[in-house]
Design a protein around this ligand. Structure first.
Ligand SMILES: Cc1cc2nc3c(=O)[nH]c(=O)nc-3n(C[C@H](O)[C@H](O)[C@H](O)COP(=O)(O)OP(=O)(O)OC[C@H]3O[C@@H](n4cnc5c(N)ncnc54)[C@H](O)[C@@H]3O)c2cc1C
Length: 422
């Protein structure tokens, strides 16, 4: 297996971006209509690359919120290292530069026979193809005592915006010496390293402002992504501050008590000064409602076109999709969206086939100037998607290498959000 360097992955990402912004196809006479549902990373990227690739396709993007706040870098916000505004992006460029018809509404139904999308406002949008990118929903049934209303007291902060603000306010008003209890979900879930990045950056904040405070991670799993890198960093940066309790130790997470602000496991009850419960996850509600999910709770898709294996003519990208070895990350959502957009352009205009490249790159902060990365390339194989190459940061890396990764992460954020939102 080839071992990738960070530089090589950076080049590949740039090449992919340029390929997507290449000459527009003039093929096809009739105007075709594509409706994209969800203006998150998957949906916004799909809409942009559809509109940029074929003038003959009319692209409509439906998203209820007027702007989008990224989950990635929201842990930096929790640590007081950036503002939420700096993580928030509007849809103006997609509308004005790419001619996308952006509608702020909520999709309530999709009729695959009539080929229409129904909106909460009552509007009906006809389509030739539809791309569904609703992100995740939370499986509240799996955690006694925790539901949508409870998130206003004990936030999950797993969709960025008001939830992240609420958690930040709670951390700010917590007294020094309190315990921050973080409940980490079972696999699969949005962004495998993110709960542990959150613990690291909250520890950084405590170290600056509340040094007697502690972090307790109650995990639904027995191991987690890049565990060796995190355990090493916690020992170096925050000795004695973070305790991780795997499911085999606690017997698993059983219930949340809102009034007591505590989390009950099979073996014990843990009282929190501030609690952050990240519940088990599944594909966004719309995907479930219109029959795109299988028994796993996620949407099986064709590994080349991202067309649903259950509902022909409907494509699914991003966290909602079940796409073999690909994790649920923003980079993956963006990569899948491009592959999907090129496949739709080909199907609707008869243009030349573009062979898609599927990648993931994740930067994870252990402290503000100590970051690690994981870069993976994938290819469709045997009806699914397999890893073909993998770069992972190592425990023994120098401080300079880690500083450089932290700087690269900042540049990645700027380039990536520009690639997605214009
Ligand atoms: C703390 C944290 C840190 C993270 N860090 C990273 C990172 O460093 N790198 C990385 O690559 N990834 C990271 N991620 C993961 C990343 O945020 C997600 O994987 C990504 O947002 C998934 O994109 P998506 O388009 O599938 O869903 P989303 O971005 O959630 O977008 C879904 C959109 O669909 C809309 N929607 C839902 N239902 C409807 C409907 N019925 N009608 C219309 N619109 C609808 C929603 O309003 C939303 O805007 C992180 C996640 C978290 C929680």
């Amino acid at each position: 297996m080839k071992s990738w360097t960070r530089r090589e992955f950076g080049c590949l990402t740039g090449a992919m971006v340029l390929a997507g912004l290449g000459p527009r196809s003039a093929a096809g006479e009739a105007s075709a209509r594509v409706v994209v549902v969800g203006g998150g990373i998957g949906g916004a990227t799909a809409a942009k690359y559809l509109a940029a690739s074929a003038r003959t396709i009319e692209v409509t993007l439906v998203e209820p919120k007027p702007d989008y706040t990224t989950c990635f870098f929201s842990n930096l916000y929790l640590a007081g290292l950036c503002s939420l505004e700096s993580l928030t992006h509007g849809y103006e460029t997609l509308a004005h530069r790419y001619g996308i018809n952006v509608i702020h509404d909520f999709v309530t139904a999709i009729d695959p026979i009539a080929k229409t999308v129904g909106l909460r406002s009552g509007r009906i949008l006809p389509y030739d193809r539809v791309v569904v990118a609703p992100g995740i929903a939370f499986n509240y049934d799996a955690l006694a005592g925790y539901d949508e209303a409870a998130t206003q007291v004990i936030p999950h902060a797993w969709n960025a915006g008001p939830q992240t603000q609420l958690l930040r306010r709670q951390l700010e008003s917590m007294e020094d010496g309190g315990v921050f209890v973080l409940v980490a979900p079972p696999n699969p879930f949005r962004c495998p390293p993110a709960p542990y990045e959150r613990a690291s950056l909250v520890a950084y904040y405590f170290k600056q402002h509340k040094p007697r405070s502690r972090i307790l991670i109650l995990d639904a799993k027995d191991s987690f992504n890049s565990q060796d890198l995190f355990l090493d960093a916690w020992e170096r940066h925050y000795p004695g501050m973070i305790e991780w309790l795997p499911a085999q130790f606690t017997g698993g997470i059983k219930a949340v008590d809102l009034r007591e602000r505590s989390v009950k496991t099979a073996s014990d009850t843990f009282k929190a000064a501030v609690a952050n419960v990240i519940p088990p996850q599944m594909a966004g509600q719309l995907a479930q409602q219109i029959g795109l999910v299988d028994q796993s709770g996620w949407c099986p898709v064709d590994p080349i076109t991202f067309e649903s294996k259950l509902q022909p003519g409907i494509h699914v990208v991003g966290d909602a999709a079940s796409a073999g070895d690909m994790p649920k990350s923003a980079f993956v959502a963006n990569s899948q969206a491009k592959a999907c957009a090129f496949a739709i352009v080909e199907a609707l205009t008869g243009s030349e086939r573009v062979s898609p490249h599927l990648f993931n790159t994740c930067y994870t902060f252990l402290s503000p100037d100590d970051a690690v990365s994981n870069a993976v390339s994938f290819k469709p194989a045997a009806g699914t998607i397999k890893i073909i190459d993998n770069f992972v940061s190592q425990v023994q890396e120098s401080a300079e290498t880690r500083h450089r990764a932290a700087r690269e992460a900042q540049s990645w954020y700027a380039a990536f959000t520009r690639d997605t939102f214009g």
